[in-house]
Design a protein around this ligand. Structure first.
Ligand code: 13P
Ligand code: SF4
Length: 316
């Protein structure tokens, strides 16, 4: 028997979730940072770009998005005729929260001729103020498409922005947001680990700080890091991203040694507290009750769709 609902020992959550999925023609989309049980019950697990594409093409009547709020909002924007629910509406994102729409509008007004490229980790209100969206897997490709005679504002992640600026050689004005998970990795402890394990590769998400990225052997989105671990002949990896990705790495590359990058102090950890608000029990309840629902005013949704669609068109 699988996990059960508290106070109801007879209810097998895996069975119940599968039953509800069929009954309601529902689909579960989950990000790699979700707890293993949620990844295992999901119909599709992916990085932000893959999840956005999966949401757009979904024919399900109900989309349960097991991720954070901006991701579920993106699913609604891309597929507005579907009902979108989340396990826990409080699952936000520090990057998204770092960029309030009013302050961003004032910042943007200082550079009227600039293109606005926003990382998908932002609210619909920021997307609506952007010319094009990007994810960690297509950011370089997107920035390279912007005319050379135009300046670029990049928001909200300053680390991804600095990485893309370095890779493309483009001058970019960066909004100073960061991810609370990716900025906790200790460069000193990673250097110590690399000395202890000279045969290990350091693989990192581009939300990490520049000093860590400079030491990384491979930099990529969650899906890119997973693919690398699967296909590389290397057997040992130090992984500088949220630890949820290790579930798929262990499943798809059994036998490889996976060392989570250590945080800089004992109280920090490499778990995203927002992603981890979602539990299997909340997935079940959200499917059963079709709440909490993610929705927004039509005008906002339509404004936010344009830059998201531009991203999807440019990253084919
Ligand atoms: P990916 O698109 O690489 O999965 O990143 C999502 C995210 O929130 C990273 O912190
Ligand atoms: Fe946001 Fe960081 Fe959590 Fe990703 S890991 S959802 S960027 S807070």
């Amino acid at each position: 028997m699988g996990p059960t609902l508290a106070h109801s020992v007879d209810l097998d959550l895996f069975d119940e979730i599968n039953r509800l999925k069929k009954e309601k023609n529902a689909v579960i989309l989950a990000h790699y940072y979700q707890e293993p049980d949620i990844q295992d019950i999901a119909d599709f697990v992916g990085d932000s770009l893959e999840l956005a594409r999966a949401a757009q093409r979904s024919q399900a009547d109900l989309i349960l998005f097991a991720g954070v709020h901006f991701m579920a909002e993106g699913a609604k924007i891309l597929n507005p005729s579907r009902k979108v629910v989340m396990p826990d509406l409080r699952a936000g994102c520090s990057l998204s929260d770092s960029c309030p729409p009013g302050a961003f509008a004032r910042f943007k007004a200082k550079y009227p001729d600039h293109w606005v490229v926003s990382y998908i980790n932002c609210s619909a209100a920021i997307k609506a103020q952007s010319d094009v969206i990007c994810t960690s897997s297509n950011a370089i490709k997107i920035v390279e498409k912007i005319p050379l005679d135009r300046g670029i504002i990049f928001a909200p992640d300053r680390n991804l922005g600095a990485y893309v600026a370095k890779k493309t050689g483009r001058d970019m004005i960066l909004w100073q947001g960061t991810c609370i998970v990716h900025e906790t990795f200790s460069e000193r402890k990673i250097i110590e680990l690399k000395i202890q394990h000279p045969d290990a590769q350091l693989i990192a998400h581009p939300e990490c700080e520049p000093s860590l990225l400079d030491r990384a052997d491979v930099i990529g989105s969650t899906s890119a890091l997973l693919s690398h671990v699967i296909s590389s002949p290397i057997q040992k990896f130090i992984i500088a991203t949220e630890e949820g990705i290790l579930h798929q790495m262990k499943k798809k590359a059994p036998g490889k040694t996976l060392i989570p990058a250590p945080p800089n102090h004992a109280c920090a950890c490499n778990e995203c507290p927002f992603m981890k608000l979602n539990t299997l029990e909340k997935v079940y309840l959200a499917l059963r009750d079709e709440t909490p629902e993610v929705d927004m005013p039509i005008e906002l949704r339509e404004k936010a769709l344009k830059p998201l669609q531009t991203m999807l068109d440019w990253s084919l």
